[in-house]
Design a protein. Structure first.
Length: 396
């Protein structure tokens, strides 16, 4: 059992993520080309414990804060966006599994403290009630990290023996009983292996089910009510976890452009070095401020979630909607910052041989996740501020 003194502090965890940067950068092209994390990267994540941030201390995990989680994933994203995205999703699935009854948690970690879970929260599966649990069949696309996981966390619609819908929620199933179909063919974040998980008549015992209606209200099945992090609000947290990797990608782009600016000129001008141009300086400053703003909003949202969890308080609708718009702003500003940096760096940014083109592809793919679309979240937050009901989604 891990004690408080055994858990690395935030600075140590960030340093661990930073120490992986040379490895991640060295394997970034391979990660992109092979559309999965190389074995060396997976091993490094396991050895550093960076996918155990949200595993309970009771099973040897770090059970850290959301703020620490976001900052560590951002640092990891500086080395490789796909790696940070996978680590983010593996970690959040560990957090979700920790909301289940103790027996479900033991199923995952008691015999294998290093077990990873991956999946999709969307209730795309159907479950039929049977003695002791449910029989689950379904397909879950966009399951980031599924190629490296031992458990699947998959959303299901539940029916009684008469075929009537009685509930919906999240199920936990061993990957040994599931298959993964290779369906992730995208312009960016190629290495996330966000493929499709498939279940065919898999038995899920009752203790491995988490009902969404209660969970959306902050009522979880874990018996360990004193563990603060597992009191955080489900929807805003599972949205915010998308922020860290995108911040890391944008930071990497800024560092790359600044680093090259003293050796690159500006074509068709008298500038032998980009850094000497006032126009270039202003573009770099604009991009840097967008990234800084994204970081501030991500950290505010994380602090809001941590504070409410520490106070055993379910955040009100407006506060939860603000976490969603904070995350959407992170996505928007990271994407815009990289666009500015591509313009500043020049046309060679888009050459296959230039690292910038991968960063540009990654941030565009990541930032267009449906849950962080800017106009949708503006409306969600605006309705919440004005008290207009119903809102356009229950995922707040």
């Amino acid at each position: 059992m891990t004690t408080s003194s055994d858990v690395p502090d935030t600075a140590t965890l960030i340093a661990r993520a930073a120490s992986l940067r040379p490895l991640l950068e060295r394997h970034a092209e391979r990660t992109d080309a092979e559309r999965r994390l190389p074995a060396e990267v997976v091993q490094a994540l396991r050895e550093t414990g960076l996918c155990a941030l949200m595993v309970p201390k009771r099973f040897g995990g770090y059970q850290t804060s959301i703020r620490t989680y976001i900052d560590v994933m951002s640092e990891l994203g500086c080395g490789c966006g796909s790696t940070a995205w996978v680590a983010s999703l593996i970690n959040v699935c560990a957090w979700l599994a920790s909301l289940f009854p103790e027996q479900a948690q033991k199923d995952i970690w008691e015999s294998n403290p290093d077990a990873w879970a991956a999946g999709s929260l969307a209730p795309n599966g159907e479950a039929i009630a049977v003695d002791g649990g449910w029989r689950v069949t379904g397909r879950w696309p966009w399951a980031s990290g599924s190629l490296h996981a031992q458990w699947g966390a998959c959303g299901i619609h539940m029916k009684n023996e008469g075929g009537e819908m009685v509930n919906f929620g999240l199920s936990l199933m061993p990957m040994s009983q599931l298959t993964v179909e290779d369906t992730w063919f995208m312009a960016g974040m190629k290495g996330t292996g966000s493929n499709t998980i498939i279940a065919k008549d898999v038995f899920v015992p009752e203790h491995r089910f988490l009902p969404y209606p209660q969970a959306f209200g902050g009522n979880y099945r874990t018996e360990f009510k004193d563990e603060e992090i597992y009191r955080a609000d489900l929807v805003p947290f599972t949205v915010l976890i998308l922020a860290g990797s995108q911040i890391g990608v944008a930071r990497a782009a800024l560092e790359h452009v600044i680093g090259k600016s003293r050796s690159r000129g500006i074509t068709h001008t008298n500038f032998p070095k980009q850094a000497e141009s006032a126009g270039f300086q202003m573009l770099v400053a604009e991009a840097a401020m967008k990234i800084d703003t994204a970081i501030l909003h991500a950290q505010r949202a994380a602090d809001d979630l941590d504070r409410a969890a520490g106070q055993s308080r379910h955040m009100d609708l407006t506060a939860r909607a603000r976490v969603r718009i904070d995350t959407a702003l992170v996505a928007k500003y990271c994407r815009e910052a990289v666009e500015v940096l591509v313009a500043a760096h020049g046309t060679s940014s888009l050459a296959d041989s230039n690292r910038m083109q991968r960063l540009w592809r990654d941030v565009h793919t990541a930032s267009h996740h449906a849950i962080t679309e800017w106009q949708v979240n503006l409306e969600v937050y605006g309705k919440a501020l004005l008290g207009v009901e119903p809102n356009i989604t229950h995922l707040i």
